[in-house]
Ligand binder design. Structure first.
Ligand code: GDP
Ligand code: ZN
Length: 292
């Protein structure tokens, strides 16, 4: 009998497929291997319950490479209000990667119990990103975060130490992420060998390990970066030059909006990203000196 289901776990060629009535442990048919298609956690599939095999993988909305999960609805880009201090440029990198991966981003500012200094959220709210202020310690904002995550397949991303594991453990029943300072985690080294699994969260799901890192920005071609800044998108295609990088060019619709629809800090971040990236792409960077 054929049944539709969702792959929630995959270890050593065995996939857990959740169907409406029950969970099935399945293998993938040889045809996938011949065509070099690997089923992913997050795939919507058809299984043959008799053969205990996945027979069809439905078309994917997107694939995240880290962790390998298909059909992610949104990434919860998590930063801390303090400890480590809020860093706009780093947040922007994560937002660009999410956009490039075709995944909607929600900004989650954790450790708001420690927040004192100036407001850094407004530019992002004005840009159009959903933003929640939370604290895994006091519970502030967690109801709101749950509402945003409900009914969707979510993954957390963000730098180390901002509280992703703490949030996953509180929000997602059955999650067992290690929390604590980075050196202790590295010493134990556990999460390096983990397979991503998706766990039920309300009427949706959450990946039990965090996603991509800020380093993944290196793979994004320079001309694609502007399209990954949400508030730039209405103005793209309006510059004098079709290949405008919105930097030194004249009659640039993006530069025209800086200080208006585009916050100067965000534009600054954009410039930082394209300059770093283009110097690598064109190979103008000198190789590191060899040690003798
Ligand atoms: P991850 O590296 O992003 O997964 O961060 P962890 O969840 O391991 O948290 C790093 C440290 O921050 C731990 O010592 C947590 O106890 C602490 N922490 C997490 N969330 C909060 C919070 O909302 N407020 C405060 N004050 N500390 C937090
Ligand atoms: Zn331009």
């Amino acid at each position: 009998m054929n049944k539709a289901g969702l792959i929630t776990k995959g270890v050593g060629g065995e996939y857990t497929v959740v169907c409406e009535d029950a969970e099935y442990i399945c293998t993938a048919l040889g045809v996938f291997r011949n065509r070099q298609i690997t089923p992913f956690v997050g795939d919507h599939v058809i299984i043959d319950t008799k053969k205990k095999a996945i027979t069809t993988i439905k078309p994917r909305m997107n694939i995240l490479r880290r962790p390998p999960v298909a059909n992610i609805d949104q990434v919860i880009v998590t930063m801390a209000a303090a400890e480590p201090a809020f860093h706009g440029g780093l947040l922007d990198r994560f937002l660009v990667i999410a956009a490039y991966e075709n995944v909607d981003a929600v900004i989650c500012i954790n450790k708001f119990d420690l927040h004192t200094g100036p407001d850094f959220c407004t530019p992002y709210e004005q840009a159009g990103y959903p933003l929640v202020k939370v604290s895994a310690t006091t519970g502030l904002g967690l109801d709101q975060l749950m509402t945003i995550m409900d009914g969707k397949l979510n993954v957390f991303a963000g730098p180390s130490g901002v509280g992703k594991s703490s949030l996953i453990n509180i929000l997602v029943p059955g999650a067992t992420m290690e929390t604590g300072d980075i050196s202790a985690k590295l010493r134990r080294g556990k999460h390096t060998t983990r397979h991503a699994e998706i766990l039920k969260l309300g009427t949706g799901y959450c990946v039990d390990t965090p996603g991509f890192s800020s380093l993944d920005i290196e793979g994004i071609p320079t001309p694609d970066i502007a399209g990954c800044f949400l508030e730039f998108t209405p103005f793209l295609g309006q510059c004098k030059f079709t290949n405008c990088l919105h930097d030194g060019e004249i009659n640039c619709a993006i530069k025209e909006q800086v200080g208006k629809a585009i916050h100067p800090k965000r534009y600054e971040s954009y410039l930082g990203l394209i300059h770093k990236d283009s110097s690598q792409k064109q190979g103008t960077r000198k190789p590191p000196p060899r040690s003798k």
